[in-house]
Design a protein. Sequence first.
Length: 206
Amino acid sequence: MRLGVVVAVLYCVQFSRELSDAEVERIARMMLERPFYDLTAEEQYADIEEAVAAASWVDDLSWQPHDEPSVRDFLVRLLAHLDAQRPWQEPPFRALGLDRWAEFESGPLLARVRLYAPSQDRLHARLRTVPGDPEGLRAVVLRLRSGDEVALVAPPLPDGYDAELRAAVPHRDAAEVIEAFLTHTGYERERVSAVMRRKRWGRGRR
């Protein structure tokens, strides 16, 4: 079997001298707050559980310093720690992919968002080119911990630092959605400006 989540975990502990209980706590917190590959907590847990149950692993793990028995023991302790955290809270935000892009493309504009460089901005780094968009718009659709779903949309680089925050219909009051976006993404308030009228790039722009 392949070890997608396990490999991601091992990258995060490759410079750790010991696979201690403190490391177990750190990785568990990371999995719940910043999930690997935007998987749910259940999906990450299931991948690790399957890896622990497997008699042998296909992936070459020789690049990391911990031997297989130590890794397996660490994973068992990680699962136990995750179990102790149930019921799991939703992560602050999770990317949903662009399968539902059409709902947000025609949805209302809530705010303008100033992005930083992708290396310094978690959401900017998640933007992907919208398939088939003639202008090369980039977007990421997010589900916030509050339950709100929004899309962050930006033009192509190098001019892609002024983004739009859009919602699908129906949605909560715009001010409430914007506040949830600020709370769960950690963006500074001065980077997000609410808009009072509909104005969009692309086909709706005048």
